[in-house]
Design a protein around this ligand. Structure first.
Ligand code: CP3
Length: 342
C-alpha cells in the first residue's frame, strides 16, 4: 500500500485528504513536557532516541495524522559542525556566533554523523513503530535559515549580521553555505536510509532576502540539496518550505525542483492552485492562530483551503508551526472536521 501522504507528494490528488501539522509535537502537549523532563534538557531530548521517538509518536497517538515528523531541531546540524549551542528557557536558541572566515574555518563536518547518530536511530525506531498508513517525514533547516542562526547567534529581528556577510563578504559567506549544503544533503540521506519516506527543508527566513540574494542563498543551495537527495534516493519526495517567499514562490518551485511546496499563512490558496499546483504538490496553510481561535472561524478557514486545493495534489497543514498556547482539543477538533469532509 502506498501511504496517502506519499501519493499526494508524488503528485496525485487524493480522495482522502492527507493531514499533518508543522510542530505537531512539542510544548502545547502535556505528554511532551513529561518526556522532556525525563530527558533533562531540550538538546538531550533531541539526542535520546528512545525519548525523541516517544515524542515523535505522541501526536500520532492523539490525532491519527497521516505523517509523523522526526522530533529534532534544525540547529543540531550547526551543533554537529562544532558550534556551541544552548536552548535558553523562554529565550530560544543561543549559539556562539560565526562572524568571519576564522569562525567558518573552525567548523568541520568530520564528526557530523557521529554527533547525529542518535537522530538516525530515532528515525529507525519511529519507522518501526508507526501504523502502516502513516508516513515518516525527516527534515533539516535549509542553508540560508540555518546560517541566520549561526551568524546572528540566535533569532534575529533585522538580520543585519548575516545579511552583512551575505551582501558584503560573498565569498566567505558562500563557504558557510557550501558547508551547510554538503552537511544537510548527507544528513537527509542518512535519515532516508534510516527510514524517512519524505523530507522537508524548513527555510523559515527565506522571506527576508531581496530577489537576487534569494536566488543565490535560497534557491541555488536548495537546488543542490534536492539534486543530492534525488541522486541517491530517487522517489523520496522533497518538500520545500520557503516561508515568506511571496512573489518568489513560483521561482522557488521552478528553480529548486522540489516535489512539493509548503505555503505560509499569507499565500492565497486560489493563487497557489493556479500558479503552483499544476507543477507540484502543495501543502498548507491554515493560520496557526486559528487553532487558538477555534470554532466557526477555524472551520470556515480550513474549508476554504480544502475547497481551493483538494482537487489537486494537496497535503493539509498549517502555514507555520503549532503555537505553544494551542489547546490540544482544538487540534483534535480540526482533524475530526477534516476527516469528516474528505
Ligand atoms: O514539527 C515537529 O513536531 C518536529 C520538531 C521541530 C522542532 N523544531 C522542535 C522544537 C521542528 C521541525 C523544528 C524546526 C525548527 N527549529 C525551525 C523551522 C520551523 C519554524 O518554526 O520556523 C526553526 C526556525 C527552529 C529553531 C528553533 N528551535 C527555535 C527558534 C526554537 C525556540 C522556539 C520557541 O518556540 O521557543 C527551537 C526550540 C524547539 N524546537 C522547541 C521544539 C519543540 C522548543 C524546545 C523546548 O523548550 O522544549
Amino acid at each position: 500500500m502506498v501511504k496517502p501522504l506519499l501519493r499526494a507528494l508524488s503528485g496525485q490528488a487524493q480522495p482522502r485528504l492527507p493531514v499533518w501539522l508543522m510542530r505537531q509535537a512539542g510544548r502545547y502537549l502535556p505528554e511532551y513536557h513529561a518526556t522532556r523532563a525525563r530527558a533533562g534538557s531540550f538538546l538531550n531530548l533531541c539526542y535520546n532516541p528512545a525519548l525523541a521517538a516517544e515524542v515523535t509518536l505522541q501526536p500520532i497517538r492523539r490525532y491519527g495524522l497521516d505523517a509523523a515528523i522526526l522530533f529534532s531541531d534544525i540547529l543540531v546540524v550547526p551543533h554537529a559542525l562544532g558550534q556551541a549551542l544552548n536552548y535558553v528557557e523562554g529565550e530560544g536558541p543561543k549559539l556562539d556566533p560565526v562572524t568571519d572566515a576564522g569562525g567558518i574555518d573552525r567548523l568541520s563536518a568530520d564528526r557530523l554523523h557521529q554527533v547525529l547518530g542518535p537522530v538516525y536511530e530515532t528515525v529507525g525506531r519511529v519507522a518501526a513503530a508507526l501504523p502502516p498508513e502513516t508516513a515518516l517525514i525527516g527534515f533539516a533547516g535549509a542553508p540560508w535559515t540555518v546560517a541566520t542562526y549561526m551568524v546572528e547567534g540566535g533569532g534575529s529581528k533585522e538580520y543585519a549580521a548575516v545579511k552583512g556577510l551575505a551582501f558584503g563578504a560573498r565569498e566567505t559567506f558562500a563557504r558557510l553555505i557550501d558547508l551547510l549544503v554538503e552537511a544537510t544533503g548527507a544528513y537527509l540521506l542518512r535519515q532516508i536510509q534510516a527510514g524517512a519516506e519524505a523530507v522537508q527543508l524548513f527555510d523559515s527566513w527565506a522571506g527576508v532576502l531581496p530577489e537576487a540574494e534569494f536566488e543565490r542563498w535560497v534557491i541555488a543551495p536548495t537546488r543542490r540539496i534536492v539534486d543530492a537527495v534525488r541522486a541517491e534516493a530517487p522517489g523520496v519526495p522533497v518538500i520545500g518550505f520557503p516561508r515568506g517567499a511571496g512573489l518568489l514562490y513560483e521561482r522557488y518551485l521552478a528553480g529548486t525542483g522540489v516535489d512539493a511546496v509548503g505555503l505560509d499563512t499569507t499565500v492565497p490558496p486560489g493563487w497557489a492552485a493556479r500558479a503552483l499546483q499544476p507543477k507540484a504538490a502543495v501543502q498548507g496553510n491554515l493560520d496557526p492562530v486559528l487553532l487558538l481561535t477555534g470554532g466557526e472561524a477555524m472551520i470556515r478557514a480550513a474549508d476554504a483551503i480544502v475547497e481551493a486545493l483538494a482537487d489537486g495534489p494537496f497535503v493539509f497543514n498549517l502555514g507555520h508551526g503549532v503555537l505553544q498556547r494551542t489547546p490540544p482539543e482544538q487540534v483534535a477538533a480540526l482533524v475530526r472536521h477534516l476527516r469528516g469532509i474528505r
